[in-house]
Design a protein around this ligand. Structure first.
Ligand code: UT7
Length: 316
């Protein structure tokens, strides 16, 4: 038993935060941000938006694309670090918004690899015969987690949600979906939960250049191993759908695969790093733009806090 992608959807908020806007907030420049990251704009959630409302909008599009209703779902998994509550989970809030009930629904904490981690769990449920149709979503409001006076983080992150429905299939589909972690470097990238005695202490912390170095090394071997372990050649790959943290990391990963940038889905110029949502949004945009076509071999990869990393090799 395999799983395959039945439909995808995504949502990004209306409000745009440009590099020019950031020049007014912190000591930075459009030139520095574009050169070091590739980011030009990010979307910022409105005051009335939450990880759950964004997940809902992305999920409706995925359900429509899959020609399903919420009642068809056997399981809902949301990768997020920015839910409104420890409980209810974003997944349970989402289930309520979708007007369905009964199926399992839970959140999964894997930072920027949230979408890939959710996909891996969904794939395992389907392969084990415990679910036939699973909604996975990555949804994060990272803009609220950054200190607005910290130029090393506020320039990087944006808000959004990416959704995908995986369904049981007799043919692949998903050839492999794997998760990895290295907790020994956990101090390099941290998002504290709110200390109710000291709310200001809860901003995101990242030692950017060290995370950068580990990300490049980890992803370079991860993508090559994923292709080889599944008996494919690099040249079989049609599209790389990477986590959108930094264009230099993406370019280094593509180079390792011998893949021209024309075969890489890049949208971080528009959205920045949307953490758990980023791969889901990129996948949806790749499909809706007509770039990714049925039958194409695609590789999803991500890297983030934990430190976590993950990949998925999929025939769309
Ligand atoms: O998604 C989860 C995983 N996250 C990532 O993969 C992010 C990985 N890291 C990165 O993308 C990069 O490390 C950053 C974009 C965060 C930073 O780029 P960098 O090339 O590693 O720069 P750096 O941190 O080594 O800083 C270089 C210089 C420093 O100044 P000095 O010490 O050389 O004088 C910083 O203070 O750039 C300075 N700097 C800035 N200058 C203008 C740092 N942030 C800014 C800024 N504008 N926003």
């Amino acid at each position: 038993m395999y799983s395959k992608i039945l439909g995808t959807g995504s949502y990004t908020p209306e409000t745009v935060r440009t590099n020019a806007d950031l020049e007014k907030m912190v000591e930075t420049s459009d030139e520095w941000i574009v050169e070091r990251t590739g980011i030009k704009e990010r979307r910022i959630a409105g005051a009335d938006e939450t990880a759950a409302t964004m997940a809902y909008k992305a999920s409706l599009k995925a359900l429509e694309a899959a020609n399903l209703t919420a009642n068809d779902l056997d399981l809902i998994i949301v990768g997020t670090s920015t839910g409104s509550y420890a409980f209810p989970s974003v997944a349970c809030e989402l289930q309520k918004m979708l007007g369905t009930t009964g199926q399992g629904a839970f959140d999964l904490s894997a930072a920027c690899t949230g979408f890939n981690y959710a996909l891996t769990v969904a794939n395992s449920f389907i392969q084990a015969g415990n679910a036939k149709k699973v909604l996975i979503v990555g949804s994060d409001i990272m803009s609220r987690t950054c200190d607005p006076t910290d130029r090393t983080t506020i320039i990087l992150f944006g808000d959004g949600a990416g959704a995908c429905i995986l369904g049981a299939s007799e043919e692949p589909g998903v050839y492999s979906a794997n998760v990895k972690a290295d907790g020994s470097h956990s101090e390099l990238l941290k998002l504290p939960t709110i200390d109710r005695n000291n709310p200001e202490s809860s901003y995101l912390y990242m030692k950017g250049n060290e995370v950068f170095r580990i990300a490049v090394n980890t992803l370079s071997s991860l993508v090559v191993n994923t292709i080889e372990e599944n008996g494919f050649q690099k040249s079989d790959l049609k599209w790389l759908v990477p986590h959108q943290a930094n264009l230099r990391i993406i370019a280094a990963t593509a180079k390792k695969l011998g893949l021209p940038m024309e075969q890489v889905i890049v949208n971080l110029d528009k959205y920045g790093n949307t953490s758990g949502a980023s791969v889901g949004i990129a996948l949806d945009e790749g499909i809706r733009s007509g770039k990714i076509k049925r039958g194409d071999l695609i590789l999803l990869e991500s890297f983030g806090g934990g430190l976590t990393s993950a990949s998925a090799l999929i025939k769309y």
